[in-house]
Write a protein that binds this ligand. Structure first.
Ligand code: SAH
Ligand code: SF4
Length: 414
């Protein structure tokens, strides 16, 4: 587990409990606690979900599987769990009865518990999931005409304190395990009914066709678990999402960027958001540790190291803060030479947020300058705003240790 030991103190200092009442959570559009099966999370047995093939092999051998059979057993069990979506060892019909009983005694196939599911007017689905320890994280499914994207969380809360991000107002509670990260995809497939039916013709259209690590948390501060989870997700015998359909978004944890290229190889997005260190220090405080120049140097290397295409620069549009014509021109100069697309994100507001969204005219003008310089500059349509599911709006309402609005404003330099 990689923890942020290199962060400036202010990012990791304990926060005082909020003295004000928390803002009321958005009213759920649909909240069907009864139609979604609830699953126990802690049973004392080892959860197989999220183990890499090597870890699964070790676990099976430790449970008494003969060494010479272990490889074959891993392949069989892997297919049942990740291809067919089977949760009960009794259903693994190509394994002997006694072996199935042994597996059931020692292991489980457990997913996070679905607490609520909300469905937005635009079809976006937000799941509130409960994980071991009673913590909660959110996962969002965004259907589009040509694809369906699942936005998964990597941490409960976040150690970083980006001043425009709702998750950043909640302190880190813990890293998610690889199983909890993979489990978010499996929960969504359950809800969408996306497991193949034995004997049915193979359906090549996928409801969850893309995965983005853009939910709660900084994925590169939970590197090992994120990497192991992505290994499971990318495995061609199971969930089988290709590395080019996975995008990891980082606020700029420079030392882990090369490792992401080498050990995961997925697409990379970076929360850039400002064109001078002074402004980026305020918006994305990790910039005080690794500034724009250091960040850009690591990004220049990424496409070659990962053998992948362009990097996505995410740029949140904040009224009067980072949205001038000069900013657009500086941005183009800074990223020169990096194969890139710039994703403009209209700021999504949350209760007590210290910023306002730039006007549409301003966003379009900004996009135009970038486009004319030769870069794709799509404006990200906010999705699921009515259920607080849009970028940067996620936060588990139950977690303690919130920052006060005064703290949020102070960190934003207001
Ligand atoms: N921690 C990672 C991934 C999660 S955030 C990161 O920071 O990259 C996913 C994206 O949403 C990031 O680009 C983030 O900067 C952006 N974001 C956060 N809060 C937002 C808000 N209120 N409105 C719009 N985008 C926001
Ligand atoms: Fe954490 Fe990303 Fe939000 Fe920053 S933008 S506080 S890194 S989740």
């Amino acid at each position: 587990m990689t923890m942020p030991d290199a962060l400036p103190l202010s990012d990791t200092a304990p926060l005082s409990a909020d003295s004000r009442p928390a803002p009321a959570p958005a009213a759920p559009v649909v909240q069907d606690l009864h139609t979604i099966p609830r699953r126990p999370v802690q049973t004392g047995r080892i959860n197989l979900v999220g183990l890499t093939r090597d870890q699964l092999r070790d676990a099976l051998i430790a449970a008494g599987t003969p060494d010479r059979q272990a490889r074959m057993r891993v392949g069989q069990i892997w297919q049942w769990i990740y291809h067919w979506g089977v949760r009960d060892f009794a259903g693994m019909t190509n394994l002997g009865k006694d072996y199935r009983a042994l597996l059931a005694e020692r292991f489980e196939i457990a997913l996070p518990e679905v607490v609520t599911r909300q469905i937005s007017d635009d079809g976006t689905r937000k799941y509130l999931l409960r994980i071991a320890g009673g913590h909660e994280v959110e996962t969002v499914y965004i259907p589009e005409d040509s694809r369906g994207t699942l936005c998964v969380s990597s941490q409960v809360g976040c150690t970083l304190t980006c001043s425009f991000c709702h998750t950043g107002t909640q302190k880190l509670v813990r890293n998610l395990t690889a199983g909890e990260i993979v489990g978010q995809l499996m929960v969504a497939r359950d809800d969408l009914g996306e497991w193949p039916q034995p004997g049915a013709p193979r359906d090549e259209t996928r409801l969850v066709s893309n995965l983005v690590l853009m939910g709660m948390g900084e994925p590169l501060y939970n590197f090992d678990n994120v990497r192991d989870a992505m290994k499971v997700v990318m495995d061609g015998e199971g969930l089988s999402l290709s590395r080019r359909r996975i995008t990891l978004s980082t606020s700029g944890v420079v030392p882990e960027i090369a490792r992401t290229a080498q050990e995961i190889g997925c697409l990379l997005a970076v929360s850039f958001h400002a064109t001078t260190d002074a402004v980026r220090d305020r918006l994305v405080p990790i910039n005080k540790r690794w500034n724009i120049e250091e960040l850009l140097a690591s990004l220049r290397e990424y496409p070659r190291l990962s053998n992948s295409e362009r990097i996505t620069f995410e740029y949140v549009m904040l009224d009067g803060v980072n949205d001038s014509d000069d900013d657009a021109r500086r941005l183009v100069r800074l990223i020169q030479g990096i194969p890139a697309k710039i994703n403009l994100i209209p700021f999504n507001e949350w209760p007590g947020a210290p910023y306002r969204r730039s006007s549409w005219d301003r966003i379009e003008r900004f996009a135009d300058i970038i486009y004319k310089a030769g870069y794709a500059s799509p404006i990200r349509t906010p999705r699921g705003e009515d259920i607080m599911a849009a970028c940067g709006q996620l936060k588990s309402a139950t977690e303690r240790g919130r920052k006060t609005q005064a703290q949020v404003a102070a960190e934003a330099g207001l």
